[in-house]
Write a protein that binds this ligand. Structure first.
Ligand SMILES: Nc1ncnc2c1ncn2[C@@H]1O[C@H](COP(=O)(O)OP(=O)(O)OP(=O)(O)O)[C@@H](O)[C@H]1O
Length: 267
């Protein structure tokens, strides 16, 4: 393995608690080199899952957080001018395709459509990545796989992946884990005991019922871990929940009252 890619190998096993059969399905998809789309709300474990799978498959992982200012060059690479003159610098997608990594494009829908089309030739049977500016055509390394994340809740008609992009991927649905699994995860990640984390999970479950009825998104596993982290640091539970759960998710006074009431039910 080249130095360029060695740095992206995950050395220690990431903690990942499987929720259903996603590990086996992903392994099969990887061995068939099917590009994968991980669908689900923010903070529910998609990134942790891909880190775990990359570690399990012993493949390097290159992650790119996509945004609307991103251009195709940010993915494939560009010519840079320095003291020695002009030189080409591979972008993260090119590095992954050239040397055989898993490339994870987080929230790819944020990127402009002219950016997302660069992934087309490398996500169908051609498995090629044309570097038009450089005049080079890369045949993707056999170990290369593209993985994207997608939050169906955020999509609108104005901003969505084209069908021609979506249909190049297999998809796994992610959601918040079931009560016991989430309790386990929150305890493990924040160090609080299960008696407290089960209460945090119960608060989140109530709040998740408010999604679409005043809240745009549910309280995520990530937020529960933050609350647990604060409690583990000695912050009193009500204050921890206010800082980590209630205030970040809404500014609506009625919704804040409803969430405070849910917190008061359990603490
Ligand atoms: N099944 C799980 N096993 C272990 N940890 C988990 C699991 N699900 C969630 N977590 C925890 O929740 C945190 C948030 O998950 P993660 O960062 O993977 O979310 P995400 O779905 O990728 O969010 P985003 O879409 O915002 O990037 C992780 O750092 C991890 O601590």
């Amino acid at each position: 393995m080249s130095d360029a890619i060695e740095q992206y190998l995950i050395k220690n096993e990431p903690y990942y608690h499987p929720v259903a059969d996603e590990v086996t399905l992903y392994e099969a998809a990887y061995s068939a080199r099917i590009p994968m789309m991980l669908k689900g709300p923010t903070g529910c474990g998609k990134t942790r899952f891909v880190e775990f799978m990359a570690w399990k498959l012993k493949k390097p992982l290159i992650t790119v957080a996509c945004n609307e200012d991103m251009t195709a060059s940010d993915l494939v690479g560009r010519f840079l001018l320095d003291a020695q003159g002009t030189r080409w610098q591979d972008g993260p997608l090119t590095t992954a395709a050239r040397y055989g990594a898993i490339c994870y494009l987080d929230e790819v829908v944020e990127a402009r459509q002219d950016t997302t089309v660069v992934i087309h030739p490398v996500t169908d049977s051609r498995r090629i990545l044309p570097l038009e500016k450089k005049g080079e055509l890369i045949n993707a390394h056999p170990d290369f796989q593209l993985v994207i994340s997608y939050n169906p809740g955020y999509q609108s008609l104005m901003k969505d992946l084209k069908q021609s992009t979506k249909q190049r991927f297999g998809a796994l649905d992610f959601n918040y884990p079931d009560h016991d699994t989430e309790t386990e995860i929150v305890s493990h990640e924040s160090g609080i005991d299960k008696a407290i984390s089960t209460k945090l999970v119960s608060i989140a479950e109530r709040a998740r019922n408010l999604k679409g009825h005043g809240l745009d998104e549910g309280i995520s596993t990530r937020m529960l871990i933050y609350a647990g982290n604060l409690i583990a640091k000695g912050v009193e539970a009500h204050a921890a929940c206010r800082v980590a759960l209630v205030r970040p998710i809404t500014d609506d006074p009625d919704m804040r009252d409803a969430l405070d009431a849910a917190v008061a039910t359990f603490f």
